[in-house]
Design a protein. Structure first.
Ligand SMILES: [Zn+2]
Length: 248
């Protein structure tokens, strides 16, 4: 028997919005130039704060509506239903059914996964690096979304810019660990050595979970200098993947 969660007619007019930022337009100095949104990478706090205010302005949302996390490469999920107070939670996924709360994930090679169920009115922002993929952070986020009424077939997934497989050489043992969870992640680098295509792996995981739509931003953070890349530059800033339910 299947259990059909009750429909939520009051949320049917909500529109999921998804945005990925890049380096351009911010206030930060080198090596964080210019639109760094990460407050944990050594950049001047006043510049990060100004950049976050600019993000809110450009999205036409209240700066207090932005919700951040302290990402720890795990599978923790925080379900939020109001503006953030105090320190951001130490998790790698944020989930909400509250319109107007703007969920932000910070990245510079890891995959920003933006999930939205427009029928149930539930969204999630997920930080999926190698460890997150191996440990199943996206599966954890989908489970938390389901608790709020989301159904996989109604979920639309956007995999934002990240390091591509050709540029993500890893030791073979590490490749094997990730491939146990997502076989499609195992690829070869430009030079033919073992590598990981995290977005290929995540696409496989999402499809296996029944997610109806998976779309990939093709940009590679290492190759595209308009994007922050930790692998290319070491000390650098972070771009953000952002998702929210816009009240109609
Ligand atoms: Zn690449």
């Amino acid at each position: 028997m299947t259990h059909e969660p009750p429909a939520a007619p009051s949320t049917r007019s909500l529109r999921p919005r998804r945005v990925v930022t890049d380096r351009r337009g911010g206030r930060s100095s080198s090596p964080y130039d210019a639109f760094n949104l990460g407050d944990h990478v050594g950049d001047a706090p006043a510049d990060v704060a100004a950049n976050r205010e600019r993000l809110a302005r450009e999205l036409r949302v209240d700066p207090g509506a932005l919700v951040w996390m302290q990402q720890v490469h795990g599978t923790g999920v925080a379900v939020v239903d109001g503006p953030q107070a105090g320190s951001p939670p130490q998790v790698d996924a944020l989930v909400t059914a509250t319109p107007g709360l703007v969920l932000c994930v910070l990245v510079a090679d890891c995959v920003p996964v933006l999930l939205a169920d427009p029928v149930a009115g539930v969204v999630a922002a997920v930080h999926a690096g190698r460890e997150g993929v191996r440990q199943g952070v996206v599966t954890a986020a989908l489970a938390a979304m389901a608790d709020l009424g989301a159904r996989p077939r109604d979920v639309q997934a956007l995999l934002g810019p990240a390091v591509c497989g050709a540029d993500y050489e890893v030791p073979r043992a590490m490749q094997v660990q990730v491939a146990r969870v997502a076989r499609d992640a195992a690829v070869r680098s430009r030079t033919g050595t073992p590598a990981l295509d995290l977005r290929a792996g995540l696409t496989q995981v999402l499809r296996a979970a029944g997610v109806g739509q998976v779309v990939q931003d093709p940009r590679c953070t290492v190759e595209d200098r308009r994007l922050f890349s930790h692998r290319r530059d070491g000390v650098t800033g972070r771009q953000a993947g952002v998702v929210w339910l816009e009240p109609a």
